[in-house]
Ligand binder design. Structure first.
Ligand code: MN
Length: 240
């Protein structure tokens, strides 16, 4: 039974990698992880590989400090500290996506707040904090490649669903793999929508009440199943 749950989790994670690549959230870089279904002290993440090409054999198991259970010579993502540190800080989180979606990047560069401007964008949350590695670590190679930076990033995320990394990218988290993928896709879509609307300011944004009610509705089973179905078909997995 436990083996079945693990096999299912690995399969879903492979599909999530392909979906996020198909939806242009992650490209040659970026990654998605899933907490172990029966051991909250572990998570699954691909070996260092472009997500569009990830297969079940690439999926590795890690303890939250980033130690692989069985490395088998596989190269690991330098930024896996992001995942472990967030799982440590957020027991409610089951999945983490880290990406450099192009539409999101201007919000990590300019003094421009990323806020929900259409209903689907509500899932990224009312508050999207910006974490700057300069604040605690000064000049670095910009990668979250050690646990102290991971913990710092997780503190910036706080109880939110999304955190921006200054001059780098973003992370989205979810109570489920589907919720995290959905949130990442609509963070990108909302960023695109906001950028397209900016020349026509002043803009109207969702109110905090609209964000709370709409995101709760969208992150429920039916909308997530509907979106997953759509993503599966677009990624070439329909009819399985
Ligand atoms: Mn990165």
């Amino acid at each position: 039974m436990s083996d079945d749950a693990v096999q299912h989790a690995i399969r879903e994670l492979v599909i999530a990698n392909r979906i996020l690549a198909r939806e242009d959230v992650i490209d040659d870089f970026g990654h998605v992880s899933l907490r172990h279904p029966t051991d909250p002290g572990r998570y699954f993440l691909s070996r260092s590989r472009s997500p569009v090409a990830v297969t079940a054999d690439d999926i590795m198991e890690f303890t939250l400090d980033g130690t692989p259970l069985e490395q088998r010579g596989r190269r690991m993502y330098a930024e896996r500290a992001i995942h472990g540190a967030i799982y440590m800080a957020r027991p409610d989180v089951t999945s983490v996506v880290h990406h450099h979606a192009r539409a999101v990047l201007p919000f990590t560069v300019a003094k421009l707040e990323l806020k929900p401007v259409f209903h689907m964008g509500s899932v990224m949350g009312a508050t999207v904090p910006l974490w700057d590695s300069q604040d605690e670590f000064g000049d670095t190679n910009m990668l979250v490649d050690n646990m102290p930076s991971g913990h710092s990033l997780a503190r910036a995320l706080g109880q939110n669903a999304t955190v921006l990394l200054a001059r780098h990218g973003a992370c989205n988290v979810g109570r489920s793999l589907r919720a995290a993928v959905f949130t990442a896709v609509y963070t990108k879509e909302n960023a695109e929508m906001l950028l397209a609307s900016l020349p026509h300011a002043p803009l109207s944004y969702l109110t905090p009440g609209e964000i709370a009610k709409t995101s709760e509705m969208l992150l429920s089973d039916m909308p997530l199943a509907r979106a997953w179905d759509y993503y599966l078909a677009r990624a070439g997995f329909s009819g399985l």
